[in-house]
Design a protein around this ligand. Structure first.
Ligand code: 3HC
Length: 697
């Protein structure tokens, strides 16, 4: 293996190349190579300036995340950067690709920075439950305004080269695309101009008033909602503002090490790797996806229009089929509205919008127009008969090799595929509403789905900017099956003593944006009610069915759209208010069933909610519906609002301990022996002393 850091000296310029593919992360070998080269160059009397750049697609993408959680190895990054900053030879960081985290901190420790126009810069440590721990919180506010530094550090968002230049983060945008040559030319100009080192730590921190700083803290703390890293970022920035550089650096290090020990950090790093692993499945390794350029969408309701929008934004040509002219016109309008939303948010130019609406998108009343489509996604009414009819028709019309996909949320894809003579081309593509916004895509693989169709589902997800997760076939697939389980547990929790308002408060404090009952009110209670009525004949008589949600619907309370659901909604007010009428309905059911309500703390509620989620997820993994626990985590995080900093239900289970979860389930079993049956996989892992993460591969 070649050295990850090499240096050449050309005409008085020492050029240090970092070559640690894929993203030049600052592994121990890179750190030691870098500091040795800098020392050697600084000691070399023939060297007038030093240039540091990254080989391949990018400058340095940060510390090597794989080393986190292991014993730290010298040389450590903070003293390395300080030593680099102190050299007497002017140092230039020549940046391309993404200079992130420790990479940007290395650049800030260099004396000058130039970049290609395409380069981007950021301190994304906060997204890993950390703060920039190699001087980023101390040096950045010495270079750019404090408020902007706070924004970059607490959001982790990247900025482009133009903004970086305007802010003074970089000195120059280089022309062309040869960063090495640009770095050398810049260094030669420095030497010619007689410019020496310009250490960032010698600059004062940019001015900020204590009122401004207090306002920044208040805003960040409010938005953090239980997340520690953003608040610690502000504490580190306050140190930059109020302390000498060296003291601030020490404070930053302490805060970094504190965060390093937290479950939040482990959870967020788990998510980082899980999101990259979720698409790596044996079935599609080395399998080329089919070419997709024209997509048919059937159904122009909220879901179909969202799917069409997503496909259009991904650059695909879309034909949307509706039943009649009026429905087609409504679909056209909805897609147009979705796309203008993208224009408003700056995600799409007006010119691109016009081009999409003129050339990329049309509606039809005739499935015959799908004869040339590479993929057809149906998003029609959730009924097996209706879907089977659609697939029979598609089979007759679509060209050989076209992928036929169903967006069903619950139905059996095998039964749908059976209506065609090409079950190998049939797959479930389960989008989440609103489909042009939500990140999750479940790729539901039926018994006969061909591997290149699965690969195409993943490729489509990537092209649409989504995170695709593989699911096997079962009622509700990974996500909705788990949601049904925890919804039942929550209903049981309400009968046992909690109010819907207690549940929502507990869930929101746990980190969800909204509690289950607020979400239900928003979605419309009648939808779930209709579903429950449909399922009623199949209900097992042993199930302890909670009736209060049906009773509330019987009162005409369908949620927000009727002004009353679990909450009462007043015109002009954002949230709902609790309603004694709802509590009375619940109290009556408890009385009828002879249930003595007990006091429930937020933790009691969360324990039940999580136990149900984890137990069902363990079944799903045990049955092979999800191949790995990480597939469950990614599903819940991207489709169901599970807080990212808790890492997903399986990571959460590992954190609290599987034994505790199993014990909780056994306790609840005494109350309801039908629902609370421990999943065999959970029992097995507890018996073997293993974690879910041990199954992630
Ligand atoms: N350390 C180790 N591996 C990393 C890494 C890092 N910092 N960044 C990316 N990788 C790995 C990925 O896991 C992936 O590995 P795989 O091929 O085995 O799955 C590979 O590099 C390519 O990454 P992506 O698939 O994400 O490639 P993209 O081109 O989509 O994105 C990127 C590239 C924008 C650099 C993205 O990988 C990214 O955001 N990386 C993380 C950056 C980051 O968080 N840096 C801060 C680290 S913490 C730090 O620096 C602490 C310091 O303050 C002390």
């Amino acid at each position: 293996m070649s050295a990850p850091v090499i240096m050449t000296v050309e005409n008085g310029i020492a050029v240090i190349e970092i070559n640690n593919p894929p993203v030049n992360a600052l592994s121990q070998a890179v750190r030691s190579g870098l500091i040795e080269c800098v020392r050697e160059a600084d000691a070399d009397g023939a060297v007038d300036a030093i240039v540091i750049y990254g080989a391949g697609r990018t400058f340095i993408a940060g510390a090597d995340i794989k080393e986190f959680g292991k014993p730290p190895q010298e040389p450590h990054l903070p003293p390395l950067i300080s030593e680099m900053e102190a050299v007497s030879t002017p140092t230039v960081a020549a940046l391309h690709g993404t200079a992130l985290g420790g990479g940007l901190e290395t650049a800030l420790g260099s004396h000058y920075r130039i970049a290609l126009a395409s380069a981007r810069f950021g301190l994304p440590e906060v997204k890993l439950g950390l703060l920039p721990g190699a001087g980023g919180t101390q040096r950045l506010p010495r270079v750019i305004p404090v408020a902007k530094a706070a924004d970059m550090i607490t959001s982790g968002a990247m900025i482009g080269a133009k903004e970086a230049l305007d802010l003074g983060l970089i000195d120059e945008i280089a022309e062309g695309d040869d960063i090495r040559a640009a770095g050398i030319a810049f260094a030669q100009d420095l030497v010619k101009a007689g410019k020496g080192p310009r250490p960032t730590n010698a600059r004062p921190c940019n001015p900020v008033t204590s009122d401004e700083m207090a306002a920044i803290r208040a805003k960040v703390t409010k938005a953090a909602r239980g997340l520690m890293a953003p608040v610690s970022c502000i504490t580190a920035l306050e140190a930059a503002v109020s302390m000498p550089f060296e003291d601030g650096l020490k404070r930053e290090r302490e805060l970094f090490m504190e965060l390093m020990q937290t479950d939040q950090r482990s959870a967020m790093i788990h998510v980082f790797f899980a999101e990259r692993k979720v698409g790596k499945i044996a079935e599609i390794e080395g399998v080329a996806p089919r070419d997709i350029s024209q997509v048919g969408v059937i159904g122009g309701g909220t879901m179909g229009s969202g799917i069409a929008t997503s496909a259009l934004l991904a650059g695909l040509e879309v034909i949307l089929a509706e039943r009649d002219d009026a429905a087609a016109a409504r679909a056209l309008e909805t897609v147009g509205k979705n796309l203008s939303g993208a224009v408003k948010r700056g995600k799409l130019s007006q010119a691109k919008y016009d081009a999409i609406m003129a050339d990329q998108f049309r509606t039809t009343l005739d499935y015959a127009d799908f004869s040339n489509a590479d993929l057809v996604i149906e998003a029609v009414f959730e009924s097996m008969e209706v879907k089977q009819d659609v697939f029979g028709k598609l089979d007759a019309i679509c060209k050989p090799g076209a992928i036929l996909a169903s967006n069903t949320s619950y139905l059996n894809i095998n039964d749908i595929a059976a209506m065609t003579k090409r079950p190998q081309d049939v797959v479930g593509l389960h989008f989440f509403s609103p489909a042009h916004v939500m990140k999750l895509l479940e790729v539901v693989v039926a018994d006969k789905t061909a591997p290149d169709v699965v690969a195409s589902g993943f490729a489509l997800g990537k092209r649409m900017g989504k995170i695709a997760v593989r699911s096997g076939v079962c009622d509700g697939f990974i996500g909705n099956r788990i949601m049904n389980a925890y919804a039942k547990a929550i209903n049981g929790t309400v009968l046992a003593g909690a109010s819907p308002y207690d549940v929502d408060r507990a869930m929101e404090n746990f980190g969800l944006a909204m509690g289950l009952f607020s979400v239900a009110d928003l979605a419309g209670l009648d939808i779930g009610w209709a579903n429950r009525k449909r399922m009623a004949p199949n209900r097992d008589p042993r199930e302890r069915y909670a009736e209060f949600a049906d009773k509330i619907c019987e009162l005409g309370r369908y949620g927000r759209k009727t002004g009353r659901g679990f909450y009462v909604y007043e015109e002009g007010k954002r949230g709902g208010t609790p309603d004694p009428e709802v509590l009375e309905v619940i109290a009556q059911e408890r009385a009828a069933k002879g249930i003595q309500p007990t006091e429930m703390s937020d933790q009691d509620i969360i324990d039940r909610y999580m136990a149900a989620m984890i137990n069902e997820a363990a079944r799903i993994v045990g049955e092979g519906i999800a191949q790995r626990p990480l597939d469950v985590d990614i599903t819940l995080l991207n489709g169901y609002g599970f807080p990212r900093w808790r890492g997903g239900p399986m990571q959460y289970a590992d954190t609290v301990g599987l034994e505790k979860v199993l014990n909780d389930i056994k306790t609840y079993q005494k109350e309801d022996d039908y629902f609370w049956q421990p999943a065999p996989l959970l029992e097995q892992l507890v018996a073997e002393g293993k974690t879910f993460s041990s199954l992630n591969g």
